[in-house]
Design a protein around this ligand. Structure first.
Ligand SMILES: *[C@@H]1O[C@H](CO)[C@@H](O)[C@H](O)[C@H]1NC(C)=O
Length: 398
């Protein structure tokens, strides 16, 4: 008996050693590579696209988790698609800036500048992207023959994405795009483009689930955050938005058949001189789209033109929706603890579809003042309940 007990405890000691050995190993089995050793140059002139692709390919094949380090300096990148799936997680740690070619045609036709495609487990820490979009916007404003434009950084069909501490400047179009992804965390990002730059959305989410966006400062020419069809389980907090067009669900109803938007919370955020605060918009045309389970709460509006708005008569090209109603169904939208100032008289504007009225709208503890007098609310086809102090007074029907 004594002997076999000894044997057992010897075994356990050996197993313990083995466990420590393997844990020790797997901790040690991550490596860092530097893009400069793959031929990238931090001078802003040398085309570093191929070196970045080589570093990616190395990391993607590696059986260890890899950190790709981008040192200080400026790296010129043309359109680049970083394909997965990869064997292990990959992290970009960036002290440097990635710059796009000055000629906007270089990226303009691809729709994307930096695209992560089918990558599971990708993190990006730090760094700056400068898409140098100014000449592209000039082209757009002059209504010349312009390419469709490129998003700065996009994640498509990817799961387990972290973007932390990234700065994005002057995108041609959308700064950060999340499409067909799950489990995405975007935190501490800074987004900057002039208030008059066309269609420069800050963060755009579509066909994605489980996206959290926290502590972002977004000053741009279009929506700070836009949430489009097929998105659910989004959590958004501590956003400083403005200038920009606010946080927008939609536009929805772009297609006759489309997926809905569900379970979105926007909280603890501030809007400063933005065109909208929180907006839901859909095109005035037939669609089976919907949005429900939306919460907007604990928000501060500072001189915002439309602090609370539902616009179901949105029609960017008037010829495309002649006297039609939006088919998009809006229900279960809660506005709670929203305070501050409106730059227009109508601080609450709920303009819903005549064929699909909004229902289950909740207004609770709203205090919005018009900067030049008393604010009003306006409702069309909007039903729901108000509680607590609601200023301007609720116009919802029961
Ligand atoms: C809504 O989304 C949040 C994430 O933002 C998630 O934690 C929660 O479980 C979701 N609720 C439902 C009812 O699915």
């Amino acid at each position: 008996m004594a002997l076999s007990n000894n044997n057992i405890s010897n075994h356990s000691i050996i197993s313990l050693f083995l466990v420590f050995f393997f844990f020790g190993c797997s901790n040690a089995s991550s490596s860092t590579i530097n893009v400069v050793s793959f031929g990238a140059r931090p001078d802003g002139m040398w085309d570093s696209t191929l070196p970045f692709l080589r570093a990616w390919s190395w990391a993607c094949k590696s059986i260890e988790e890899t950190t790709i380090y981008v040192p200080k300096g400026s790296f010129l990148l043309k359109q680049i698609t970083l394909w997965g799936p990869c064997k292990k997680k990959i992290t970009f740690r960036m002290d440097g800036t990635l710059v796009a070619p000055l000629d906007y045609w270089s990226l303009g036709n691809s729709g994307y500048w930096i695209l992560f495609m089918k990558v599971n487990g990708i993190s990006i820490y730090g760094g700056t992207l400068n898409a140098r979009g100014a000449s592209y916007w000039d082209c757009r404003r002059a209504a010349k023959n312009c390419p469709p434009g490129a998003r700065s950084i996009s994640f498509s069909w990817s799961n387990g994405v972290v973007v932390s501490g990234l700065t994005s400047l002057n995108s041609q179009t959308i700064h950060i795009a999340v499409d067909h992804c799950e489990n995405v965390r975007i935190e501490n990002v800074k987004i900057r483009a002039p208030s008059r730059s066309p269609n420069t959305d800050g963060i755009n989410v579509q066909f994605s689930r489980g996206v959290t966006i926290t502590y972002a400062t977004i000053m741009t020419g279009d929506d700070c955050i836009s949430i489009n069809q097929g998105s659910s389980h989004l959590w958004i907090d501590h956003i400083a938005c403005g200038p920009g067009h606010g946080i927008s669900i939609g536009s929805l109803g772009n297609y006759v058949r489309e997926e809905g938007v569900e379970n979105v919370t926007v909280t603890s955020s501030t809007f400063t001189k933005s065109e909208n605060g929180v907006r839901i918009k859909s095109l005035a045309q037939p669609s089976n789209g919907y949005t429900k389970g939306i919460q907007f709460r604990n928000l501060i509006m500072k001189n915002v033109y439309n602090p609370i708005i539902i616009d179901q008569r949105y029609c960017p090209k008037p010829t495309s929706c002649p006297r039609q109603n939006s088919g998009v169904k809006i229900s279960g939208v809660r506005y709670e603890d929203i305070k501050g100032t409106s730059a227009s008289e109508v601080a609450i504007n709920l303009d819903c579809s005549a064929s699909n009225p909004c229902w289950g709208i909740i207004l609770r503890d709203i205090k919005l003042r018009y900067v030049k007098g008393s604010a009003t609310s306006s409702c069309r086809n909007a039903a729901g309940t108000a509680s607590g102090v609601v200023i301007p007074r609720s116009c919802l029907s029961n």
